[in-house]
Design a binder for this molecule. Structure first.
Ligand SMILES: NC(=O)C1=CN([C@@H]2O[C@H](COP(=O)(O)OP(=O)(O)OC[C@H]3O[C@@H](n4cnc5c(N)ncnc54)[C@H](O)[C@@H]3O)[C@@H](O)[C@H]2O)C=CC1
Ligand SMILES: O=CCc1c[nH]c2ccccc12
Length: 333
């Protein structure tokens, strides 16, 4: 049974939680009362979900089909991920493999409603519509709706961002996407779309780990205040792309403490992912190895990091900056 401890419990959050899925996202947004951060003591790894500002829930662990699977056939890796327990699949038009993601969905034999499928809008050229690209994605994915549709990047379109967001709202209204959100948005990108928006983005998917925390904290706080949840990618960067930094000894110490507390060995990657979950951040990660996939799925059931450990991780992360993707997110807002 999951127990959620809100940092600032509010009636609005409780009303929203009790409403669950609704066909009236506008009502839910009126009730939205940030912050979204919470700690979870969930022991059932497969069902940890976070609420979104439109009344839906997002599975907190997602299996990604970009990076290692970029422009590659993702079917085997995704089937393994689904069979091992992932329900949230993160795709994108840009990854060039939506077709094989769709093949995996079919091959898994899982009912559509048991899966949470995200895809992302690629560069929109003049003459294209959001709907036409999404319809093409749905054809490749072999589903008739996605759970979450994101604008992948704010800054590579030939159509104004405000027009794109309006079109995102329309595809949601038509039921082609249950929820709509964004990725790689800065505060200034939100300031461009929010004044004319009828529907708020539910998430901003960004690179998020301790080595970008100094740069990303204000964006994280801003979106949290807006009721927009952060999804992380590149969360394992400190151990896979930036070894030898100030985080290494802190991670080693926390990993040892959690291994002792829980009575079984945990990895540094699991500790990094646990930090993300405790900040209310959805973790988007990937691997084609079953052992690693199991390791990811076990993160919700690990003992929590203490407040002191979280502070130590963040302080060490702020001593070094490493961004692997989307450098515009380092611009001052
Ligand atoms: N919205 C966006 O612009 C972006 C979204 N993404 C999404 O996020 C997903 C995950 O992104 P990543 O950066 O790959 O995630 P990540 O930072 O979690 O790294 C995953 C990689 O780390 C490796 N790994 C895991 N544990 C390891 C260990 N102990 N030692 C060595 N290697 C280890 C895995 O094999 C895998 O290749 C992508 O597939 C994509 O779906 C990724 C980049 C940009
Ligand atoms: O979604 C990820 C987009 C992205 C940005 N840079 C790279 C490099 C390699 C794979 C994907 C991406």
């Amino acid at each position: 049974m999951m127990s959620i401890i809100w940092h600032t419990p509010s009636i609005a959050i409780r009303i929203r939680a009790s409403l669950g899925r609704t066909s009236c996202p506008g009502l839910i947004q009126l009730l939205q009362c940030p912050p979204l951060r919470f700690q979870s003591t969930n022991r059932d790894m497969s069902t940890l979900t976070f609420p979104l500002n439109d009344g839906t829930n997002v599975p907190a662990l997602a299996f990604g089909t970009g990076t290692a699977l970029y422009n590659k056939d993702a079917q085997n890796a995704v089937v393994t991920a689904i069979k091992t327990g992932f329900v949230h699949l993160d795709g994108a038009q840009m990854y060039g493999n939506e077709d094989s993601l769709g093949d995996a969905i079919v091959a898994s034999g899982k009912p559509r409603e048991s899966l949470y499928i995200t895809t992302k809008l690629n560069k929109l050229s003049k003459g294209q519509t959001v709907k036409s690209t999404l319809v093409e994605s749905l054809r490749k994915l072999k589903v008739d709706y996605v759970n979450l549709f994101l604008i992948h990047m704010p800054n590579h379109h030939e159509v104004p961002l405000t027009d794109i967001w309006k079109q995102m709202e329309e595809v949601q209204k038509e039921g082609l996407a249950k929820s709509i959100g964004v990725s790689n948005f800065r505060i200034k990108d939100f300031e461009e779309i929010l004044p004319g928006a009828t529907v708020k983005p539910v998430v901003n998917q960004i690179e998020f780990h301790p080595y970008v925390f100094g740069a990303a904290e204000s964006l994280y706080e801003y979106t949290e205040k807006q009721g927009i949840r952060t999804e992380s990618y590149g969360g394992l960067t400190p151990i896979v792309r930036a070894r030898g930094g100030p985080l290494d000894p802190v991670l080693a110490k926390i990993t040892e403490r959690i291994s002792k507390t829980g009575g079984k060995s945990v990895s540094e990657g699991q500790v990094l992912s646990k930090w993300l979950l405790q900040k209310g951040v959805v973790v988007v990660t990937t691997s084609s190895k079953e052992e690693r996939i199991k390791e990811y799925l076990a993160v919700p059931s690990l003992p929590d990091l203490t407040a002191e450990e979280i502070a130590e991780l963040e302080a060490a992360g702020k001593k070094h900056h490493k961004r692997a993707f989307c450098q515009w997110l380092d611009e001052k807002n």
